[in-house]
Design a protein. Structure first.
Lengths: 85, 258
């Protein structure tokens, strides 16, 4: 097995491992949605504001997942390490 | 500077057109370069992102020209009712989120929302959405950055603005500076990442369907509904709301009674 093929394969493995970061935002957004449902159940008339706030919270919680995604895409499609060989 | 070189790397994602292409596999293409020219030693590159923005600009311009034309004090057309509803919605949103004194930001926020929405939805017409090009979204992030600090120094003066970096205690200054610098990057990366993820997943779905079923109909519809339409609306809304929240948060003038 030549070095370039090994590094290419490892880059794809790395991209896959990077997406483990998706667990965090998943839990966070689930928590956020659950709490929003509780809040709307308690105070249905504030539903609009709660939904809006929930979406903002979701978006902010998503950041780390998006960073992981961007990293994985960089590693998969620009091959920064294999191109150095 | 490290930050800038990282940005270059991110931009490379959108401009590189290489994957396991040799084996007929999946490939993610960057925006096409339409024209290249040099003026006074500066290289200008006109990409697909820019030409699609022109198309969307003309489309949105016509739409809003038609909506805002020939308004009456006693509205008798559905067109004017729709226009008033949209304007009223954005006025209410800005007043609720930023407070009454920031109502002059309403036109910018509404423009940002519709611009982002229009660009993201342009993929439904078969264009490559310009918002999946990091340069486009980062420009909006920089506008937000400028608005934040303009508001900070306008409300607090030079002294108050500088002092607000040392809140809550002096030791936090480096952290505050770092978080100010990272704000436009994280805000625009979020938008860019969501739209690009939709693009890549759409590409993967079509690629896989072509291999396994040969006729890619109906199955991509839910993916497109979620990643193209839902995601575009949410990201436009989130980008606008975060801009409002950041700008209003930078206010370091005296507290006013609600």
């Amino acid at each position: 097995m030549d070095g370039r093929a090994f590094v290419l394969g490892m880059e794809v493995v790395g991209a896959g491992l990077a997406l483990i970061a998706g667990i965090g935002p998943g839990i966070g957004q689930g928590f956020c949605g659950g709490k929003a449902v509780e809040a709307i159940g308690r105070q249905p008339e504030a539903g609009g504001v709660i939904t809006r706030t929930m979406l903002i919270g979701d978006a902010v919680a998503e950041s780390t997942g998006i960073y992981a995604l961007v990293f994985a895409l960089i590693v998969m499609f620009t091959n920064p390490f294999a191109s150095k060989l | 500077m490290n930050l800038l070189s990282n940005l270059d790397a991110v931009e490379a994602v959108t401009t590189v057109a290489e994957a396991a292409g040799e084996s007929g596999g999946l490939s993610v293409e960057g925006p096409l370069v339409v024209a290249e020219f040099t003026i006074f030693g500066f290289d200008f590159v006109i990409t697909e992102s820019i030409t699609v923005q022109w198309v969307v600009l003309i489309g949105l311009g016509l739409l809003f020209f038609v909506l805002g034309r020939n308004l009456k004090t006693n509205p008798d057309s559905k067109r004017q009712a729709l226009a008033e509803m949209v304007v009223g919605m954005f006025c209410g949103l800005v007043n609720d989120t930023m407070g009454k004194k920031y109502s002059k930001y309403t036109p910018y926020m509404a423009a940002l929302f519709f611009w982002s929405l229009g660009l993201s939805l342009s993929c439904l017409l078969g264009f490559r959405p310009p918002t999946s090009d990091f340069s486009v979204v980062f420009a909006w992030g920089m506008i937000t950055f400028i608005l934040i600090h303009r508001n900070r120094f306008k409300t607090g003066g030079l002294g108050g603005g500088l002092k607000s970096f040392t809140e809550p205690i002096f030791i936090m200054t480096p952290m505050n500076l770092l978080s100010e610098l990272i704000t436009p990057v994280s805000q625009s990366l979020r938008h860019f990442g969501n739209i690009l993820a939709g693009l890549v997943i759409g590409g993967i779905v079509y690629w896989a369907l072509e291999i396994f079923i040969k006729v890619p109909i109906l199955i991509p519809v839910p993916f497109s509904l979620y990643f193209d339409i839902f995601s575009a609306v949410i990201q436009a809304f989130v980008f606008m709301t975060l801009t409002m929240v950041y700008v209003a948060m930078a206010d370091c003038g005296p507290e006013e009674a609600e």
